[in-house]
Design a protein around this ligand. Structure first.
Ligand code: SF4
Length: 381
């Protein structure tokens, strides 16, 4: 059985004092600092897979639209997804929405203050619980995220995969021992801010770091050698194909994805993941058939989009598709709902990021069609 590291009181107090002092001087001015528990919660969910600079405008728009937990809880999920569109990882949004409804129903609209209660909400695990309780409520709860993993692995010289069970236990134990009773929120934010601004993955700026006197890696010849992540997973390439089905009044058919899974609840042009033996055009015909039950004649390529999601590299093709029947009657086979929309009204729906690019490619295609200049479709990266 591996032993958990123990930090003595003197070192604990010294590290907390140095880090908090540094944080108060160097912290970035971010819109969720000093905000309500609800706003801190929204920001933490947004930041789970999104860079700070990207999240800021989304956060401002989201909070302007859903300023309270009640406003979020009573909004239709479509409306919430629309205001999240572009941030990706939509399971986060659906969980946030269900959790807001639970906060209103079970906790009178107040974000709960105990780990047990807050971690009973969808989408709130140990990290988010620690962040909300320490930052918004000033409770000495620990947190460990990617930045904290890097800082603590380096300060305490943790070797081996930081995601291993024993190292995760060691990191959480360290975070728990280190978080002080006074200003735990500033301490936790300081750890994360230090990881973001000073203790960077490739080139930590140890000479400017308040933890240098206590840091094992910082006093070694190569501080960036820690943490020791195993070699990365290989990238998997997949091809998706969408049918841009147009009726004889110029409207396009879109489908709403089932709630669960990748891009759940978002709208898209009917799409399938292509089989290895299938051409993208054949995939588009299958998408029309399998998603909305329509036979179509596949026409010109409208767009080719490249998009990365975790370790997948997706190439999405879009083809114009003409229904075989003059009166097409879609059936929701692999979608929750479908709509015929004009090119302009497509903008009113929450699409996934690659489908937003395909929608833009369609707009460009229709413009070129209008002026009689249909060159081969552009590739969009
Ligand atoms: S001294 Fe260097 S390696 Fe250690 S925490 Fe600071 S920046 Fe990171």
């Amino acid at each position: 059985m591996s032993m958990l590291p123990v930090v003595d009181d003197e070192k604990r107090a010294r590290m907390a004092a140095r880090l908090v002092e540094w944080f108060l001087v160097h912290k970035r001015d971010l819109p969720w600092r000093g905000a309500s528990p609800y706003a801190v919660w929204v920001s933490e969910i947004m930041l789970q897979q999104t860079q700070v600079a990207t999240a800021i405008p989304f956060f401002r728009r989201f909070m302007a639209h859903f300023p309270t937990v009640e406003a979020l809880a009573t909004a239709p999920i479509d409306e919430v997804l629309k205001h999240w569109a572009g941030l990706g990882y939509y399971a986060r949004t659906r969980n946030l929405h269900s959790a807001a409804q639970a906060v209103v129903a079970r906790f009178g609209g107040e974000v709960p203050r105990t780990p047990q209660e807050i971690e009973s909400l969808p989408g709130i695990g140990r990290y988010t619980s620690g962040a909300i309780l320490s930052i918004a409520y000033g409770l000495p709860r620990p947190l460990v995220d990617a930045n904290v993993i890097r800082v603590l692995s380096r300060v305490f010289g943790l070797r081996g995969d930081p995601k291993s069970t024993s190292n995760q236990a060691a990191l959480w134990s360290l975070a728990e021992q280190l978080v002080p009773d006074s200003c735990p929120g500033d301490f936790n934010q300081g750890l994360m801010e230090l990881g973001a601004l000073i203790c960077s993955p490739a080139e930590p700026k140890c000479e400017r770091c308040p933890l240098l006197p206590d840091c094992i890696a910082g006093n070694s010849s190569d501080p960036s050698a820690l943490p020791e992540f195993p070699p990365g997973r290989s990238i998997i390439s997949v091809t998706h194909s969408s049918a841009l089905i147009r009726d004889n009044t110029g409207r396009f058919l879109i489908a709403q994805r089932p709630l669960h899974g990748l891009w759940g609840g978002l709208w898209e042009f009917p799409r399938v993941v292509c089989d290895p033996a299938e051409t993208p055009a054949e995939g588009a015909a299958r998408a029309a058939r399998e998603v909305v039950g329509l036979e179509t004649l596949i026409g010109a390529k409208v767009g080719k989009i490249k998009h990365g999601v975790t370790h997948h590299r997706i190439t999405l093709y879009g083809f114009e598709a003409q229904p075989s029947s003059p009166h097409p009657d879609p059936t929701p086979l692999d979608c929750m709902a479908w709509r015929w929309e004009t090119p302009e009204s497509l903008e009113n729906y929450a699409f996934s990021s690659p489908q937003v690019l395909l929608r833009e490619a369609l707009r460009d295609y229709l413009h070129r069609e209008l002026i009689g200049d249909l060159q081969p479709a552009l590739d969009i990266y």
